[in-house]
Write a protein that binds this ligand. Structure first.
Ligand SMILES: C[S@@+](CC[C@H](N)C(=O)[O-])C[C@H]1O[C@@H](n2cnc3c(N)ncnc32)[C@H](O)[C@@H]1O
Length: 287
């Protein structure tokens, strides 16, 4: 188990979809054009949101290998992909190794693998592209170095999306916002199983390490813009931030609890707007 549940991933998927920097995916598609078949390895796949967002944009024949440590999330992939395909008017059927999804512009064979990416070798196989969304901020620098070395060894491209980058801005503001944000950002750098986490520095660090390996790197903002219509997502986010802030400074948990109560009052009143900063990274191997 990883601590991420399917309901939370479903809650954030719509915000993620709106936020993703699709210009980078289009650049990736152009860079790969001419290849008759693409192999994509998605690290920390959750229930498959990267597949759902990126496969139709890449187009053509693809094989997606989805990897996660959490068996419950992997079990949820087929149902989530079937529901998405049905909504889009595409077809998805289960096969012995996984699934096949066919849409107007693409056909994707999907395989699933349970693997602890912190402990086990990276299963890049013959990947043309390595993807990961909302994973990079959990990993440490040594793991990032390992990822970049593994990509470079086979000249795989990397599309690393939705890494939290330390920015949170609220409207209306509250005097305790900056304190909570600073503590959340410290908490983000705790060990999430991959050594001390890069947290808010993840995207910038990935861009630097890929550039050092000779890659051409593009970054773009992929911020969440949330208003009161995403009440459940906001409730869960604020509760997690309050918990993180209190873990960082337990002596000050009373003021954080009061902050959370004020934030929830604003949400209930229909006046809670925020931007949560994320960054997407595209790394293309030297041509
Ligand atoms: C924030 S979730 C993102 C999931 C998915 N990529 C998405 O965007 O919806 C992080 C994912 O990383 C996975 N993860 C965390 N630690 C892992 C590890 N050591 N090995 C493999 N996967 C891991 C979690 O199970 C979870 O699915």
């Amino acid at each position: 188990m990883s601590g991420f549940d399917a309901h939370w991933l479903a809650l954030r998927e719509a915000a993620d979809r709106r936020a993703r920097a699709d210009a980078l995916t289009r650049m990736l598609r152009r860079a790969l054009s001419g290849r008759p078949h693409l192999t994509v390895v998605d690290l920390g796949c959750g229930t498959g949101s990267n597949l759902r967002h990126v496969a139709p944009q890449l187009g053509g024949r693809q094989h997606w290998h989805l990897v996660d440590t959490d068996p419950k999330l992997l079990d949820a992939v087929p149902g989530a992909v079937e529901a998405w395909a049905a909504e889009a008017g595409d077809t998805a059927r289960r096969t012995a190794p996984g699934m096949v999804v066919e849409g107007g512009s693409f056909r994707a064979e999907v395989t699933l693998e349970r693997r602890d990416l912190a402990a086990d070798p990276l299963p890049l196989g013959a990947a043309d592209v390595v993807t990961a969304s909302a994973l990079l901020d959990l990993v440490g620098h040594a793991w990032l170095d390992r990822l970049v070395a593994a990509c470079a060894a086979q000249r795989a491209a990397a599309l690393l999306t939705l890494s939290y980058d330390g920015r949170i801005a609220w409207w209306p503001g509250d005097t305790t916002d900056a304190t909570v944000r600073a503590r959340v950002n410290r908490h983000q750098q705790g060990d999430k199983g991959f050594g001390p986490a890069l947290g808010p520095h993840a995207a910038q660090a990935a861009a630097e390490v890929f550039r050092c390996a000779g890659y051409e790197v593009e970054t773009a903002a992929s911020d969440w813009h949330l208003d009161e219509t995403e009440a459940e997502l906001q409730q869960r986010l604020h509760a997690e931030w309050a918990s993180a802030a209190s873990q960082v400074d337990p002596a000050d948990s009373t003021s954080v609890d009061a902050w959370l109560a004020r934030r929830m009052d604003l949400l209930a009143a229909g006046t809670s707007n925020l931007v949560v900063g994320h960054t997407d990274v595209l790394a293309l191997p030297p041509s």
